[in-house]
Design a protein around this ligand. Structure first.
Ligand code: XMP
Length: 507
């Protein structure tokens, strides 16, 4: 079967590149960027892709590939840092851009180049960089440019080396998939085979093999991923599974009751733990976003350990998905934010194993699996809600006052969005209480209250997202309700930043 290897230079999107290629019916694997050339060749790939990465090529710790890679004869496509690395390694120049580019950018491509075959000249591509190639290496030509980036893509046809500054792997680069296809099929001459999908039986067998005849507790937060885990693990080990729901005091309005009610209707052992005081105590006086995330992760884990001791469970399962792992800084990537279920697991813990059946899947793949498993509609139509809950939607210290204000504002926002037809609703929407206070005039008096931010995005894989285009009328109505109905909030702003450069959550 044809195969493309993705050399990992630490970028957030390396697995996304692999996934896009696998979806085309071609094997794709991520390998460390410094894999020796003989090991690369031993895998008989049809082509190589150099991923992006957070480093600058001039940094002393910047990741590099085996220098013989450029003479191994395989077609190469460099993406973002990958392009800069190729330029730097082959004698070109890379410098800090005068104007960094983040977001969808008009890119003029040369359709006569095999990489851009079949594309119109003007394309919108996702850029996310502050370094760029400023001088071509010998034998290369410019094959795309943007207003601020002269060398948005370069190619050396003779050596079969191509490189792009933008990200063709993300859905926001509309014709990105076509570019990857041009590389995989047109340039590497790979041949597609139907995709082998992991079956439900495979998942169940893997879980059985890991847990054996042990007992397992699963942290459930009311979201889709933990519901899918519960379904699979129950199928594998039945009553030896106990689902544990932790009320950390940072849940949305009515959330605890709804979750307890739905789990009561399911066949699994279920326990709800009131840990509100413990989390409040641990977070008192903590303002920094990463510290808050780490504390929340630590407390979650401590609660799970206590519950496991009581039940006699020796395995802990979590609904970790791939983007959690990547954004928590695993495998060379930059630490964007420590997801509660990744950052909180100490190396030496009491468990014989951590079971994370969905760790290799993206959220939309989990949704497809959920439908296949017949997971209740409640979970499918539910808003994704992060484990740390409102704790990461409150800027600065988490206090009882802020929690109350945020719950009310968030509830109003949800009520208004849910009046829209299902199809028009954004993928994820929520309110944030900014740490900022602002002056307002209410009645005849002066108030000095919190600024609420509204966040709503459309996304499929949650690795990239676009803000939802609400009308001014809709936003106006939501704003009126919040300032009128929520004591403590006197101003509302709407966040129109896409991901990247922003993340979906504010912390
Ligand atoms: P970001 O903010 O990373 O969010 O762009 C991407 C998606 O992940 C959710 N999210 C989390 N989910 N634990 C979770 O279970 C976390 O620590 C966490 N942080 C972010 C976020 O709500 C969005 O759906």
């Amino acid at each position: 079967m044809s195969k493309i290897l993705i050399l990992d230079f630490g970028g957030q999107y390396k697995e996304l590149i692999a996934r896009r290629i696998r979806n085309m019916g071609v094997d794709a694997f991520v390998v460390p960027c410094n894999t020796p050339i003989q090991d690369i060749l031993a895998q008989k790939p049809d082509g190589l892709i150099f991923s992006g990465g957070p480093h600058s090529v001039y940094s002393s710790v910047s990741p590099r590939a085996d220098e013989k890679i450029f003479s191994c004869g395989l077609p190469i496509l460099g993406i973002c840092y990958g392009q800069q690395y190729i330029a730097h390694a082959l004698g070109g120049e890379v410098s800090r851009c005068i104007i960094s580019e983040y977001g969808k950018t008009l890119t003029v491509v040369k359709p006569r180049n095999p990489l851009f075959k079949g594309l119109a000249k003007n394309q919108f591509m996702l850029m996310s960089h502050s370094d760029g190639v400023t001088k071509l290496p010998e034998g290369f030509e410019i094959v795309a440019h943007t207003a601020n980036c002269k060398i948005a893509a370069m190619a050396n046809l003779e050596k079969n080396i191509y490189a792009v500054q933008f990200h063709p792997e993300v859905t926001r680069s509309k014709k990105g998939e076509k570019i990857l296809k041009n590389f995989v099929f047109g340039i590497c001459k790979a041949v597609a085979k139907p995709r082998q999908i992991k079956t439900v039986d495979d998942f169940i067998l893997d879980i059985k093999n890991q847990i054996g005849d042990g007992k397992c507790i699963l942290g459930v937060g009311g979201g889709l991923t933990s519901a899918v885990c519960a379904n699979l693990i129950y199928k594998a080990i039945g009553d030896r599974l106990t689902c544990v729901f932790v009320d950390h005091g940072m849940l949305r309005a009515n959330e605890k009751e709804e979750i307890e009610e739905i789990y009561a209707r399911l066949p699994y052992n279920f326990k709800s733990v009131d840990a509100k005081d413990r989390f409040a105590k641990a977070l008192k006086g903590v303002f920094d976003a990463e510290t808050k995330r780490k504390i929340i992760g630590r407390e979650f884990f401590a609660v799970f350990e206590e519950e496991a001791n009581e039940i006699g469970a020796d395995f802990l399962s979590q609904g970790t998905v791939y983007s959690n792992v990547i954004e928590s800084g695993a495998e060379n990537s930059a630490n964007i934010k420590s997801h509660h279920n990744v950052g909180g697991v100490p190396k030496d813990n009491r468990f014989k194993g951590i079971i994370e059946p969905l760790k290799a899947l993206f959220k939309d793949e989990v949704a497809t699996l959920a439908k296949h498993l017949g997971v209740p509609e409640f979970f499918l139509s539910r808003q994704p809600f992060p484990g740390p809950g409102l704790g990461i939607r409150i800027m600065g210290e988490v206090t009882a006052d802020k929690l109350e204000i945020l719950r009310k504002a968030d509830n109003i926002f949800s009520e208004e969005v849910e009046k829209m037809p299902q199809k028009k609703r954004p993928t994820q929407y929520f309110a944030v209480i900014t740490g900022m206070r602002s002056v307002g005039a209410m009645g005849d008096g002066r108030v000095y209250d919190y600024v609420i931010a509204l966040r709503a995005v459309n996304t499929t894989d949650f690795m990239t997202a676009v803000h939802a285009p609400f009308s001014a009328k809709t936003l106006g109505k939501i704003c009126d309700r919040i300032v009128n109905e929520v004591v403590g909030a006197c101003r509302v702003v709407y966040d129109i930043t896409d991901k990247p450069p922003a993340t979906i959550e504010w912390e």
